[in-house]
Design a protein around this ligand. Structure first.
Ligand code: CUA
Length: 408
């Protein structure tokens, strides 16, 4: 099965199958002999015990045969180990950073991502480390597993022969949310990979993700097709008639205001020819996402920096901070901005502070300085983020309320 996917993986399978076949063979042989001997040498058939003084031939056989088998196992194991350890020259190096409880991948050129995207047929070398405790990078489909250790760089490599999506797991118990350390390895054609790496597809893919994340694509097409609702692409500047609840009609030009109304209060103006069946998205979509979706519908705009949500996902914030008020391992982002927090400083004194921009920014860069009472100080420092990135994250947290807030 893995023959076509990754050559070293099939070596691992071969070693595994060889050992399994030998173990099954030995089990069958030993069991059969045991049954045969207890029948053949039962005292009714073999009343006189016979002493056997020794047999050079047999001793040689049971020494040489197992040695040969073990050497064969070693050979299979060694060749697969060598295939997995020998990184081909010119492999693209991707940095892997594990932390409680997410993965971050860094590409040549600096692009960071929470998913591992690789080109089909390309040699990929992973240089792995951890920010906190020992994790283990595990891709079952590739038979690839390697510990990530703080202060140490471990390596692995692979080459995926066909496009596909594979699970990446953490295979080392690393605390409360160990099971959250799941992400995706996506193998895409070389051309798509280059576009992805350049970030050219980021905004449009992100728009697509947003529309599907909020369920829009169940009824709306993003490519001009007809659905239960109107298509959502290239709407900027279009004119059309909308029906009002009182039976009247009005001519509108699609602009940002109209799209905002159409999402937050869809029943107030129904595009002609469609049913009034869309639910309101009032308080359902954070402001930053709403703006990104509107911008995409108007202009198909794929430029501009990705909003804070994407950065928060890429940096792994979402594995510990919810957006719906529930507690995962850290405080929820929901209604966090502007709230009053009881925090303990490094001297142990407790203060009340307002979670303003400065506090949020400091909490990202140096989370240990002020720890919310009752929380365990386990958050890693994000001191490698620049001021612009911190501001973007703070803005995202601010978009989640209070007041202006919305769900995920
Ligand atoms: Cu990381 Cu388990």
């Amino acid at each position: 099965m893995t023959e076509q996917l990754f050559s070293a993986a099939s070596e691992v399978d071969r070693a595994f199958l060889f050992i399994l076949a030998f173990a099954v063979g030995a089990l069958v042989l030993v069991t059969a002999l045991m049954l045969y001997f207890s029948w053949r040498y039962h005292h009714t058939r073999n009343p006189e015990a016979v002493e056997i003084p020794g047999s050079l031939g047999l001793e040689l056989l049971w020494t040489i045969l197992p040695t040969a088998i073990v050497m064969a196992m070693f050979w299979f194991g060694w060749t697969s180990f060598k295939a997995m350890r020998t990184v081909p020259e010119g492999a693209m190096e991707v940095g892997v950073e594990a932390r409680m409880w997410s993965w971050a991948f860094t590409y040549p050129g600096g692009r960071r991502s929470a998913e591992l995207v690789v080109p089909v047929g390309g040699d990929v070398k992973l240089a792995m480390t951890s920010r906190d405790v020992i994790h283990s990078f595990y891709v079952p489909a590739l038979r690839l597993k390697m510990d990530t250790v703080p202060g140490l760089t471990t390596t692995a490599w692979f080459n995926i022969a066909a496009p596909g999506e594979f699970d990446i797991l953490c295979a080392e118990y690393c605390g409360l949310k160990h099971a959250n350390m799941i992400t995706t390895l996506r193998a895409v054609p070389e051309e798509d990979f280059r576009q992805w790496l350049a970030g050219a597809d980021a905004a449009s893919a992100r728009a697509g993700e947003l529309f599907s994340a909020y369920g829009c694509t169940a009824c709306h097409d993003l490519g001009g097709g007809q659905g239960l609702g109107p298509p959502l692409d290239a709407l900027g500047g279009r004119t059309g008639d909308v029906l009002l609840p009182d039976g009247g009609r009005r001519r509108i030009t699609v602009d940002a205001d109209y799209l905002r109304r159409a999402m937050l209060d869809p029943g107030a103006e129904i595009a002609e020819g469609y049913e009034a069946m869309m639910p309101s998205y009032q308080d359902q979509i954070p402001e930053a996402d709403l703006e990104a979706m509107i911008r995409w519908m108007l202009t198909g705009d794929t430029a501009g920096p990705p909003p804070g949500r994407e950065l928060a996902e890429a940096e792994g914030c979402m594995s510990c901070h919810s957006t719906d008020g529930s507690s995962i391992a850290g405080p929820s982002f929901r209604d966090l901005a502007g709230s009053v927090r009881r925090v303990r400083d490094q001297s142990g004194a407790v203060h009340e502070v307002v979670a303003d921009d400065a506090y949020l920014g400091q909490s990202i860069l140096d989370p240990g300085a002020l720890v919310v009472e009752g929380e365990t100080p386990i958050m890693p420092e994000y001191d490698y983020l620049d001021a612009e990135q911190v501001a973007r994250l703070v803005e995202y947290i601010r978009s989640l309320g209070p007041g202006g807030g919305a769900q995920p």
